[in-house]
Design a protein around this ligand. Sequence first.
Ligand code: NDP
Length: 246
Amino acid sequence: MQKERIALVTGGGRGIGKAIALELGRRGYSVAVNYSRSEKAAEEVVSQIQAMGCRSIALKADVSSAADVKDMFAEAASKLGPVEILVCNAGITRDNLLMRMKNEEWSDVISADLSSLFYCAKEALRPMLKARWGRIIAISSVTGIVGNPGQCNYSAAKAGMTGFIKSLAREVGSRGITANAVAPGYIETDMTSELPAEIKDAMLKNIPSGRIGTPSDVAKTVAFLASDDSEYIQGQVIAVDGGMTM
Ligand code: NDP
């Protein structure tokens, strides 16, 4: 790595976001760990990164709120410096068949999973343009590519993220900034722990790699996209799914 880069990971206290924050710490980055409810978990991730010899802070913000996101970026800039690597990982599911889906189940998922990318990328962009270097990485989902019954809201948000990333790549790609998405498949976290065993077994049968993914599988891909080595990868959606959707 050429210099100590500054990263911000939304939803970095738990699950995939935690693995990403720790992987970036392991590679020498300064990491701002965002959380909305899991303060203790986020503080624990911060301690682990600091123990690796890197700077790290926890930042409370609801990323579905433009005002919270604005304050979060201001705090990150004052405590660590301008964010150079943005990882939009925070996300929720509110599954229901479309016929039964409540308006709030739609709007909560669109706000937390998609509008959050708009708010965060907009805040991150100006200093990146000034520095002529930046990495914007959105954690989408294979569901946004192939769909999933009961997830019209989530699939729309995740597909929206990839359309957003491609347009952004076209807007800023010539200015030293890359915008890419990672689309995890079936990864073992709190989000998937509630799935019934028969659905898990059915998904496993469709994974050529023969195993469920780990948060670390996703984190290593994100760390590569965050690095200088990925500079010519632009506007892509990289599936980390053991071949499930190839
Ligand atoms: P978890 O449910 O384990 O964690 C969700 C994370 O998002 C938590 O850190 C949570 O923080 C944060 N978060 C949720 N809402 C907000 C909000 N409004 N503001 C700030 N942070 C928020 O999920 P995973 O780790 O499994 O998923 C991480 C990402 O990966 C998500 O975007 C998800 O859609 C995506 N993904 C996951 C897959 C999987 O199989 N697990 C597959 C494909 C994609 P807090 O607890 O502080 O609220």
